[in-house]
Design a protein around this ligand. Structure first.
Ligand SMILES: [Zn+2]
Length: 413
């Protein structure tokens, strides 16, 4: 097994710069425009463009009349020129997707999370095979496989350390196991960071300024991006805000404190409160992540149907989460907060107004600029699409060193 090698490159740095320009131009871009904006000579740009067209990554569009002379031909990305695979590992469900070069989902598989890492690796390998068959995409057209898993992650060795609620998981070499099982180069990243990259890749408004992604699932984590780049931290594990204390009278946490942000909105907490207040029957199964998830859905449904006790439980949780988000938003001087993750769609109706109000009334920086609060633009597959986006991001974004340390490829035959 070779280590630290990169995904298959689409060419040298200049080629990535040109490809990046083409990707960002929704209506196509001419060779002259690329030359002007990159500082590369027109001849260099033309040579690179010819190579990209030959490889099927770029197509020549219509001529656009601008000024005198022969109108130039516009260059565009060919969305079906290459593909990326993405997998999101969550305690309840594993989601696998195949996306095209635009990050558009082509295929999706959802599998109840198998017990133990070996079964999960087999299930993911099978899902990638069936997706490629269903979409009639040859293996050679796939740039790589991105994997989003609960943090923290040992990026140097590709290990998922000890994710809560995943039975039998401790220092699992998930990156190398998946590379071996699928034959693709693999990038492993924290779920929240992958989700942020998905938003950066799909949601243009977040490419500028400072934004936070808040991942709401069995735990709560955050990712920060500035000017379209994820802030990863020194071990690529930035954003572990789960034990940020938001209410000294809040529910007890495993860490020994009370009212940490993570436990305040954890499915187990909300379900236990719902049972205590008679929203759910005491016999409600709560043993497994899947049972807790199903019970959380019922609490949210009860609140939506007008159950005042359920609504109060969610309102209190929202207030606690909002307090933590306000602190993080002030810490990084954020313009936007985006929320997503496995529990978000269900909690959003009860949460989003409270979070907006808390930021508008209590953020220290509220007088400097407003903070926009949004639901994920990518939706419920944000983890898996984010994982695939990591591959696209590593392929397209010209930077001296990207996610190289977290990448591996299987050894050749
Ligand atoms: Zn705690």
């Amino acid at each position: 097994m070779r280590r630290g090698t990169n995904l298959p490159r689409v060419g040298d740095f200049n080629q990535m710069v040109v490809l990046d320009q083409i990707r960002r131009a929704a209506d196509g871009v001419s060779r002259v425009e690329i030359s002007r904006s990159t500082g590369l000579s027109l001849q260099t740009v033309s040579n690179i463009a010819a190579r990209l067209v030959t490889r099927g990554l770029v197509v020549e569009g219509e001529r656009r009349v601008e000024g005198r002379g022969k109108p130039p031909r516009m260059l565009r990305l060919d969305p079906r020129g290459a593909y990326a695979l993405g997998v999101h590992v969550d305690p309840v469900v594993v989601t696998a997707v195949l996306v095209d070069l635009d990050g558009e989902r082509v295929e999706r598989r959802r599998i109840a999370t198998p017990t133990g890492p070996a079964a999960l690796v087999d299930a993911v390998a099978a899902a990638t095979r069936t997706m490629l068959e269903a979409a009639d995409v040859p293996r050679e057209a796939v740039l790589g496989l991105g994997v989003a898993a609960p943090g923290p992650i040992d990026m140097a060795n590709g290990l998922v350390i000890h994710p809560p609620l995943l039975e039998g998981w401790s220092e699992v070499p998930l990156r190398d196991a998946l590379a071996e099982a699928t034959g693709f180069g693999v990038i492993l990243e924290k779920d929240v960071s992958a989700a942020m990259v998905a938003e950066l890749w799909r949601g243009n408004r977040m490419l500028r300024g400072t934004s936070i992604f808040v991942y709401v699932g069995f735990g709560i984590a955050a990712a920060v991006a500035h000017d379209g780049e994820l802030f990863a931290g020194s071990s690529r594990n930035a954003g572990e805000i789960g034990h940020l204390m938001v209410d000294g009278d809040g529910p007890p946490c495993d860490c020994g404190n009370r009212g940490c942000i993570g436990v305040s909105a954890a499915p187990a907490t909300l379900v236990a409160q719902a049972v205590a207040r008679g929203v759910l029957d005491p016999s409600t199964p709560q043993g497994s992540p899947g049972e807790l998830d199903a019970a959380l859905t019922r609490v949210c449904a009860a609140a939506a149907d007008g159950d005042a006790r359920a609504a109060e439980i969610l309102r209190t949780a929202a207030r606690r989460v909002a307090r933590g988000i306000t602190t993080v938003a002030d810490l990084v001087d954020a313009d936007a907060v985006v929320l997503g993750g496995p529990s978000w769609e269900r909690l959003a109706p009860a949460f989003i107004r409270g979070i907006r109000a808390e930021l508008a009334e209590h953020a220290t920086l509220r007088e400097m600029h407003p903070v926009e609060v949004l639901g994920s633009a990518v939706g419920e597959d944000v983890g898996a699409i984010g994982a695939a986006s990591l591959v696209l991001d590593d392929t397209f974004t010209p930077r001296p060193s990207g996610l190289v340390a977290s990448v591996t490829r299987p050894a050749g035959p």
